[in-house]
Design a protein around this ligand. Structure first.
Ligand code: SF4
Length: 428
């Protein structure tokens, strides 16, 4: 069968899609990038914001309208929070909720009576990921979360914490590396909660991956600023572990953090950052901030701006507060007017751009290694990321295909938009 897979939302959804793609290919099915050619369409939906819900509904409708002949399977957070609505959506043949999504390929094969053709199975060495122009693989190591941040619907959609076995994870990473992948990112809903259900922790996992795989570049997906093991920063002495963390702050005001039921005050966050910068050379910190949380006063907002400036993040992901039905925050009083949320988001965006330019400027004249990822459709300028996740554009390098190469480069300038560095190849 020709199978088309589509995901919305987080890195974890992407990691699940990559796993399903490999599993379907191992059964002899072909993965197609074209919805129209597919016999089966699989959607991994999202519900993290109102916008994500709107997109999930739209994607299901579009899949059936564009290819009514194909079977349609829907999984993910939207489908898990709204199983009946999803099942009643025109064209949907099967709903696989989050609790069962690790067995999606098996359940789909059985319920939709898919014929397997092992003879056509993808041969080892043919990376479906590289074939789709991706050089970084997301590896799911954990699911679910025991916490209840008041704005978060994910903890409801994904349930209790559960960890994959270290052996299974190492086998997957070695398999990806054997297929030519040079970089993997470990992802989870609450990455810091890895091992809470099996007497292990994220430190043990990282140490095992570094010891038992030869993957050149190991990254960590977003990780909450708590539940970090005491020896966490020692792990970064291994140059295969990339010195970048995405550490969601959400607000720079302790009173807002309390209303969010976050488990990290600004002083604790500051402490984590100081440790990281003391112990890890070139450590780069990026984050998430929610703008317009219910009751956010002008004073609380100014605290957030000041704290973000004080930390000096390398990049900000900015989210306008989106009340999720079923969360405590959705019923909190004093909603912030949309217009004010827009104003505050613009101010934070401008601050984020300045902090990013300051971060990038600190690396001018330095030599670093990048993994070359992509090249815009027009022109010969390749792009890639440094170990600490700074984006670099290489000037015109001629026609040689540099995809997936790890190159030594010299950082010579900033792009006109100040959003990435310019580099020249030093060694290949
Ligand atoms: S820790 Fe993260 S996943 Fe868990 S409830 Fe809070 S925001 Fe959601």
């Amino acid at each position: 069968m020709q199978i088309h897979l589509k995901t919305l939302g987080c890195r974890l959804n992407e990691a699940e899609l990559e796993t399903w793609s490999r599993e379907f290919a191992a059964l002899g099915h072909r993965i197609t990038g074209n919805l129209i050619d597919a016999d089966l369409v699989v959607i991994n939906s999202c519900a993290v914001t109102g916008e994500a819900v709107r997109k999930s509904r739209k994607l299901m409708r579009k899949a059936h309208r564009s290819n009514p002949r194909a079977k349609l399977v829907v999984s993910g957070c939207f489908a898990s929070l709204n199983p009946d609505e999803t099942a009643d959506t025109l064209g949907v043949d099967l709903v696989v909720e989050n609790g069962e999504k690790d067995r999606l390929v098996e359940i789909t094969s059985k319920k939709l009576e898919l014929h397997t053709m092992p003879a056509l199975a993808t041969l080892p060495g043919q990376s479906s990921l590289l074939a789709t122009g991706r050089q970084r693989a997301f590896v799911k190591v954990q699911d679910g979360c025991r916490y209840q941040c008041t704005f978060c619907i994910v903890t409801q959609a994904r349930g209790e914490e559960r960890s994959r076995g270290i052996g299974e994870i190492i086998e997957e990473i070695n398999h990806l590396h054997s297929q030519g992948i040079n970089e993997v990112a470990l992802t989870g809903v609450h990455l810091g909660g890895y091992g809470s259900d099996c007497n292990s922790d994220i430190g043990h996992l990282i140490r095992s991956v570094l010891a038992e795989t030869d993957i050149p570049r190991l990254r960590l997906g977003a990780i909450e600023p708590w539940d970090l093991p005491p020896d966490f920063w020692d792990l970064f002495t291994d140059s295969h572990l990339m010195p970048h963390l995405h550490l969601p702050l959400q607000s720079g005001s302790d009173t807002v953090l309390r209303r969010m039921a976050r488990r990290c005050k600004t002083t604790e966050f500051q402490g984590i950052v100081e440790q990281a910068r003391d112990r890890v050379p070139d450590f780069n910190l990026t984050t998430d901030v929610i703008v317009g949380f219910p009751g956010e006063t002008e004073d609380e907002w100014q605290q957030t701006l000041a704290f973000v400036e004080q930390i000096g993040f390398g990049h900000l992901h900015i989210f306008a507060f989106s009340p999720r039905p079923g969360t405590r925050a959705a019923t909190l009083p004093y909603p912030v007017p949309r217009e004010l949320i827009r104003e505050r988001s613009q101010a934070l965006h401008a601050l984020g751009q300045r902090l990013k330019r300051d971060t990038l400027s600190r690396y001018l004249g330095r030599s670093m290694k990048i993994l070359v990822e992509d090249r815009p459709s027009t022109g010969n300028s390749w792009n890639g990321y440094t170990p600490n996740f700074l984006r670099v554009a290489l000037g015109d390098t001629g026609s040689e295909n540099l995809t997936n190469r790890i190159l030594g480069i010299r950082l010579t300038g900033l792009s006109p938009e100040d959003d990435q560095l310019i580099g020249e190849i030093e060694q290949t």
